[in-house]
Design a protein. Structure first.
Length: 199
């Protein structure tokens, strides 16, 4: 009788002590993909249950211009991203700058004006030269994302979430977003244009 009770209690203790812990994935490359890259770290964090940390170490800039879209793409063509998050994560930028490029030329010769122009409309005569996908897409529910000490320059958007992102939280801590100009996703009513945002 006592041994049965002991085994039952031991089993309960074993279940109570099973804790999912997060890992730290380090970004050491200025390239967007490949070994030590930001996208590789995101993929690793998504595959690992728990609240993970992605930390940039020894990297001052990441060339985000040629970052490939998430594949398979969870979004429509108007919301393409290169950073996909489906589990809680802290991204410690340590001063890194994610360098994109949003460039279009109007029929009047203006280069990427911040006047609300949308070169993606069917009637536009503007020419899109190049653009950088959105920084992060958060696929909830119950996903908590903190971005710290980072500059995001010339991207389609900073972040978007699924419509069912219940109990999600997003914290921007010492984040400088400069020239976030939706030139492809500007057809969407949720697009936001900003010259500078500092949090």
């Amino acid at each position: 009788m006592w041994s049965g009770v002991f085994l039952f209690v031991a089993g309960v203790l074993a279940l109570a002590c099973t804790v999912v812990t997060g890992n730290t994935f380090t970004v050491t490359s200025s390239s967007c993909t490949g070994s030590g890259s930001f996208v590789e770290a995101l993929n690793s964090a998504n595959a690992n249950p728990g609240f993970d940390t992605i930390e940039f170490m020894g990297v001052s800039e990441v060339d985000a211009v040629n970052c490939p879209a998430v594949s398979p793409n969870p979004l429509s063509a108007l919301g393409t991203t290169y950073g996909y998050v489906n589990d809680s994560v802290i991204i410690k930028g340590n001063g890194v700058k994610m360098v994109g490029s949003q460039l279009f030329v109007t029929s009047g010769g203006l280069i990427t004006p911040l006047d609300g122009s949308c070169p993606s409309t069917s009637t536009s005569t503007d020419v899109i030269v190049r653009y950088t996908y959105g920084f992060l897409y958060i696929d909830g529910p119950n996903v908590n994302v903190t971005i710290q000490n980072m500059t995001i320059f010339e991207h389609e958007y900073i972040l978007r979430t699924t419509s069912d992102c219940d109990n999600c939280s997003i914290i921007l801590d010492s984040v400088n977003a400069t020239r976030i100009i939706p030139i492809v996703s500007c057809l969407s009513s949720s697009a936001v244009t900003t010259s500078t945002l500092t949090c």
